[in-house]
Design a protein around this ligand. Structure first.
Ligand code: GLA
Length: 412
């Protein structure tokens, strides 16, 4: 299936609904995007500011109240799971469902009820997504979409958007068991076409930053390696997160007044820690170095974005990638193969691993007129280097889009 636009997606959802006995006629479509982080990757759980955009790989969800207290859902991506059906309040215990996408709707029911939301209106729902796994935030897009849709059919308005972010993270942290931060949810929920979203965790503020005038026409490219990244709970991500927390505790026990690695911002403190722990905790000092330098680059990147200097944004993206590979050590061999292939293509401004790490997708910022060259380079070199994934990799050329859209009249 190669669904790329709203009307094809809606036609597919109608067909899937009919085939599976679900009634969505006259219902609502909610489309949630993927996201692309421009900084600081792996900064969210380390307390840094964040910047990113929504990208046009989506999950489309069609739904309508069904007059019962049951939720019935069918995913076109997991047809073998059939129609998932449950009554509000009756879902398996957290972290007991491992092998079905149904853990997401179960988790949404579990978390919404835990947080005191009264759910009684069930729905029929059909969904389909074209977001590649590992790096572009498929799970956050799904969690957000389900939360907003279930709240909608239950007539619950939620003005506090950050509360939605917290709920979606709780679905993953507490029900699914994935130790994700909030980067993905923030970058999807707030994303606006043509804008970057800047999040400051100090006051939880969101600022939209337009790309400066005169910027070179560029595309955001997702380079799906074709590998499957297991849940974050099973990946290096969980280890890195715990290591960072432990290192912060060690520093606190040694008199440093910090709550996260992001708070090591001045050169004197940074150097002092390196002198004190550089030998005993060499790996952690390197990880701290990534966060320290990536934060400095972050502000340069933001200035470059504002100035429309996309070449500089790309340069910093590339440096972040080298830091993630060599200092933070969260990349993976196939991700680096993709990066190595595109790095030397004329017109590629920067490239690096994306998201959680180990497997999944890398990404690149590419001049619009160099897209064909990137595709050709990947088609030639990737299958040669990574033969096991020769028929699984993909190049996704993306635009910057709204994170959430609701269409009320496409199912009439
Ligand atoms: C995953 C997590 C996010 C974030 C990124 C890395 O996508 O879900 O919270 O930590 O990795 O930046």
């Amino acid at each position: 299936m190669n669904i790329t636009n709203d009307s094809d997606a809606v036609a597919l959802l109608k067909q899937l609904a009919a085939e599976n006995g679900l009634d969505i006629a006259g219902g609502t479509i909610r489309r949630s995007s993927s996201r692309f982080c421009l900084g600081v990757e792996h900064g969210d759980y380390n307390g840094t500011e964040l910047f990113g955009v929504g990208t046009d790989r989506f999950i489309w969800m069609a739904y309508k109240p069904n007059g019962t207290d049951k939720v019935r859902l069918f995913s076109g991506n997991f047809p073998d799971d059939g129609v998932v059906e449950f009554t509000y309040g009756y879902v398996p215990e957290p972290q007991t469902v491992k092998d079905s996408w149904a853990r997401f709707p179960y988790g949404v029911d579990y978390i919404l009820r835990r947080e005191g939301f009264a759910l009684s209106s069930g729905m029929d729902c059909v969904l389909y997504g074209n977001i590649p796994g590992g790096g572009m935030s498929r799970s956050a897009s799904l969690s957000l979409n389900l939360i907003l849709s279930i709240l909608d059919v239950n007539g619950i308005d939620m003005d506090d958007q950050l509360k939605i972010v917290d709920l979606a993270q709780a679905v993953e942290n507490d029900y699914i068991g994935s130790p994700c931060g909030q980067l993905d949810q923030i970058m999807i929920l707030f994303a606006k076409e043509g804008m970057g979203t800047h999040y400051n965790p100090q006051d939880r503020s969101i600022n939209y930053v337009p790309l400066g005038d005169g910027a070179t026409d560029f595309r955001i490219v997702g380079l799906d390696t074709g590998t499957v990244r297991p849940g974050l709970e099973k990946s290096t991500y969980r280890i890195r997160r715990a290591e960072c927390d432990d290192f912060v505790t060690l520093l606190q026990n040694n008199g440093y007044d910090i709550a996260s690695l992001a708070q090591i911002k001045d050169e004197a403190t940074y150097q002092k820690i390196i002198t004190q722990f550089g030998e005993t905790n060499a790996d952690m000092c390197e990880r701290m170095t990534y966060i320290y330098k990536a934060q400095q680059r972050f502000y340069e990147m933001l200035d470059a974005w504002k100035a429309g200097n996309i070449e500089k944004v790309g340069e910093i993206f590339r440096l972040d990638g080298i830091g993630l590979r060599d200092e933070y050590r969260i990349s993976g061999p196939e991700l680096e193969t993709m990066c190595d292939i595109v790095r030397s293509v004329e017109g590629v401004l920067g490239e690096r691993m994306l998201g959680g790490g180990d497997k999944g997708a890398a990404g690149a910022l590419v001049k619009a007129d160099s897209i064909d060259a990137v595709q050709a380079a990947v088609d030639t070199a990737y299958p040669r280097s990574r033969n096991d994934y020769a028929d699984k990799y993909a190049v996704h050329v993306c635009k910057v889009v709204d994170g959430m859209r609701v269409y009320e009249d496409m199912l009439d």
